[in-house]
Design a protein around this ligand. Structure first.
Ligand SMILES: *Cc1c(COP(=O)(O)O)cnc(C)c1O
Length: 378
């Protein structure tokens, strides 16, 4: 029985009537950019996250970039980012001409280690960008405390964690502002590119509304050199349908994750993610570590189990940052993760039967590869 890494058919089948209705409503409206659907989605998503403002933008990268730009961060500034993240977190900083300053994560939770942040702060530091990686909230209280002490902004990269909670509060509401992505594979996925900024900061929200629309509040009166980064009306209509399913679908992910955690707890060579007791993750990805990751992936591929690596190259070693002066050995935790992580099938439409198949094939593969643990930091 083949198990795809991601299932894009299941979500459409479950919501076909409502998604089709949204499409026809949109076509009949004959209004394509910044209309009623975007406005309604912005209100609904703000309420969902528990923030005052949501501004729909073109994608997650631009959401992060526009926040930095609206806070006036740019040339000569530094922004703290995790060493282990999708490269978009870093690129958002680089596009402002500020410098991303990497800090290592806790390898058990994959998230920014608050104890390592202070050492990375300099007089040039302007902001900290924690990422709720793989759908698990970062430890925000100590991060906010350090930020307040040094007068820094906290900008959450909430691309992977729609619906997650930290000490009962939703991610996307835990810092000064958050960038959200609705890329199709994300937990709240559109049918194309889409993103949003969430914040309680009214002045920031106002600046981003202007920046996303050519720097104008009033058509053809351009106050600043803005961008064209607007959430599409049609995508907003689809997102409104999917937002209603968000919690139910995240619950299904949690049930699968609980099953995976249960079977592999105490398994010496296969390390599953640690979940602190204040965290309610939404399992955008279920990431395990194995000392022979490539062979594990190969064995699973042969058994028909789809897997992926998030991410095979840490940003500091990527070609994009060849000019950054970094080399292998600078961020050993991120480098080790790149060599040991493997994402297993996960999603609201992964049936219990298919998840059972993943479990038995992983068990079989681990048995085949049995060897002492090498190279995984505790
Ligand atoms: C997907 C993602 C982004 C960027 O979102 P896009 O909508 O693809 O631009 C940013 N950060 C992280 C951690 C992501 O996973």
């Amino acid at each position: 029985m083949k198990v795809p890494f991601l299932d894009f058919v299941g979500p459409y089948e479950e919501l076909k009537a409502e998604l089709d209705e949204a499409y026809f409503r949109f076509m009949r409206s004959a209004w394509y950019v910044l209309g009623k659907e975007v406005e309604a989605f912005e209100q609904e998503f703000a309420a969902y996250c528990g923030v005052k403002h949501c501004i729909g933008v073109g994608n997650g990268l631009e959401a992060l970039y526009l926040i930095l730009r609206a806070y006036g961060i740019g040339k000569g500034d530094e922004v703290i980012v995790p060493s282990n993240t999708y490269i978009a977190t870093w690129l958002a900083v680089s596009y402002t001409d500020a410098v991303p300053v990497p800090v290592e994560c806790n390898p058990r939770t994959f998230n920014l280690d608050p104890d390592r942040i202070a050492a990375a702060i300099t007089p040039k530091t302007k902001a900290i960008m924690p990422v709720h990686l793989y759908g698990q909230p970062a430890d925000m209280d100590p991060i906010n405390t350090i930020a307040r002490k040094h007068g820094l902004k906290v900008i959450e990269d909430n691309a992977q964690a729609q619906g997650a909670r930290y000490k009962g509060r939703r991610t996307g509401s835990l810092g000064d502002a958050a960038g959200n992505s609705f890329y199709p594979g994300k937990n709240l996925g559109a049918y194309g590119d889409a993103g949003a900024v969430t914040t309680d900061d009214a002045a920031l929200a106002d600046r981003i509304r202007t920046l996303r629309n050519y720097g104008s509040k009033k058509k053809y009166y351009n106050e600043v050199k803005g961008y064209n980064s607007r959430l599409d009306e049609l995508q907003a209509a689809f997102l409104r349908v999917k937002l209603k399913k968000m919690d139910a679908w995240n619950d299904r992910r949690r049930a699968i994750a609980a099953r995976y955690q249960d079977v592999w707890r105490g398994q010496p060579s296969l390390v599953t993610p640690s979940v602190p007791d204040w965290a309610e993750p939404v399992w955008h990805l279920f990431v395990v570590r194995h000392p022979q990751r490539d062979r594990l992936q190969q064995t699973l591929t042969e058994a028909g189990i789809g897997t992926m690596i998030h991410y095979p190259v840490p940003p500091h070693l990527s070609g994009a940052y060849a000019d950054g002066g970094w080399s292998r050995g600078n961020f050993p935790i991120a480098e080790n993760l790149a060599e040991t992580v493997l994402s297993l099938p996960m999603g609201p439409h992964l049936t219990p039967e298919l998840a059972g198949n993943v479990i038995s094939e992983v068990n079989r593969a681990v048995q085949i590869l049995k060897e002492p643990i090498l190279g995984i930091p505790a």
